[in-house]
Write a protein that binds this ligand. Structure first.
Ligand code: HEC
Ligand code: HEC
Length: 363
């Protein structure tokens, strides 16, 4: 049996009620002119409903959301690994492996499609699907709602987040009358707070920042711009995305999704048809192993793959030279190091350590 540190959550709620929204520090506009990349915090939807965030946080870490009470969302999406997992495939409620690598949830809400094959189009639906997955959590929709509505530790949380969906019993206990979408909404609200905007890259880009990128990191950024930007960013070279807010590559679905092959074998069997979407590189240093099948243990292996390891048919044009042959990047060891150093500047460590994103259950 576990107990939530409900008191601290109620305190947070009391505080949140007094100011209604989470405050986002935006003391000065971010200017990345020296790096030639711009993004605008205003474009990010960073106004959260704090009561829903708190309900979502408890749901996220609650074993009650799996059929046999063995796993929670947080068992696979682990804070210390940027809300990914440190193994190629994670273990579901019955110990069965997931079909694909658990992706990071950092900045995931900025995506326009979800899952490695882009099959889901809303963050609410993406947040609920795992609970009903026969490998992951194994619940039925009705069971999930029933469990949440009746568990004693949810009464006050539901009353704060969805006051119109609570019922006070004769003995004074509060039960919820939530529908499945409300559960999804709360989970999604928590996941939306996982927005990384305080990495070294972000901080160095702020006007009058005391932090600056090292020479190697800047050289890595140049290499990134030359070899990687075309996929792991938004359209054009001024907006940086995939690896940073506000726009993901998914903004232009025609250009990448469903057609991209970067020369990796896809999984056997039915999943052979399934293509991999372009993932975010936010907090990438913390979410090894890499790719949809977790085949690479280190960033260096990923870089080596792009350097001269791409093989296969129907390769994305961005990986071909002007004669249509698969490009070799011919990076030197120093350049590979620089590229890796740049990728490491995309880590916002607060995501991995801050208490507000941690497990509120006392084990
Ligand atoms: C057993 C491990 C496991 C559990 C438990 C789990 N997930 Fe996941 N999650 C995954 C895997 C694996 C994927 C990728 C699946 C795919 O692409 O088909 C994923 C994908 C996602 C995505 C989409 C990410 C993206 O980049 O598009 C979201 C959002 C998500 N999970 C949220 C949750 C929530 C919320 C819960 C709890 C209700 C949860 N997950 C429970 C393993 C897990
Ligand atoms: C043609 C488009 C394209 C280009 C160019 C490209 N990538 Fe990728 N990248 C992808 C796709 C698609 C995936 C997902 C592959 C998979 O899951 O099998 C990926 C995955 C990755 C991952 C693993 C992400 C994770 O969460 O596991 C890293 C790291 C990465 N790329 C870095 C780079 C670097 C560095 C470069 C430049 C040298 C680069 N990419 C160039 C499309 C591209």
């Amino acid at each position: 049996m576990k107990y939530i540190s409900i008191l601290s959550i109620l305190l947070i709620l009391a505080f949140a009620n007094s100011c209604a929204k989470v405050e986002v520090i935006q003391d000065e506009p971010i200017e990345l002119s020296q790096l030639d990349f711009n993004y605008d915090l205003e474009e990010l939807d960073l106004d959260f409903d704090e009561a829903k965030v708190q309900l979502g946080r408890v749901l996220f870490y609650d074993d009650l959301l799996s059929l046999n009470g063995k796993v929670s969302c947080g068992s696979c999406h682990r804070q210390e690994y940027a809300f990914g997992d440190n193994q190629a495939f994670s273990e579901g409620f019955e110990g069965k492996a997931t079909f694909k690598n658990t992706p990071t949830l950092v900045n995931v809400h900025l995506n326009s499609t979800f899952m490695w094959d882009s099959r889901i189009t809303t963050i609410v639906s993406a947040s609920l699907t795992p609970a009903f997955d026969s490998n992951e959590m194994g619940l039925k929709s009705g069971d999930l709602v029933n469990r949440v509505n009746h568990a004693p530790h949810y009464g006050d949380l539901i009353a704060a987040a969805f006051p119109e969906h609570t019922d006070v019993q004769e003995d004074g206990t509060v039960i919820g009358t939530l529908k499945i979408n409300h559960v999804g909404e709360a989970l999604a609200e928590f996941i939306k707070t996982l927005t990384a905007v305080e990495s070294k890259f972000d901080i160095a880009g702020k006007a009058s920042s005391a932090v600056s990128m090292s020479k190697d990191e800047e050289a890595g950024l140049e290499l990134f711009r030359t070899h990687c930007n075309s996929c792991h960013t938004a359209l054009g070279d001024a907006v940086f995305a995939g690896d940073r807010p506000p726009v993901y590559y998914g903004g232009n679905t025609n250009a990448g999704f469903g057609t991209v092959n970067i020369g990796l074998d896809l999984l056997p069997g039915q999943l052979q048809q399934v293509n991999s979407r372009i993932p975010t590189l936010r907090n990438i240093g913390s979410s090894a192993p890499y790719m949809h099948d977790g085949r690479f243990e280190t960033l260096r292996e990923v870089i080596d793959h792009y350097d001269d390891g791409v093989k296969g048919e129907r390769i994305d044009a961005r990986l071909l030279d002007d004669k249509g042959a698969i490009k070799k990047l011919n990076l030197s060891d120093t350049e590979k190091d620089q590229l890796e150093r740049f990728l490491l500047t995309l880590t916002d460590a607060t995501i991995e350590t801050a208490e507000k994103w941690s497990d509120p259950f006392i084990k």
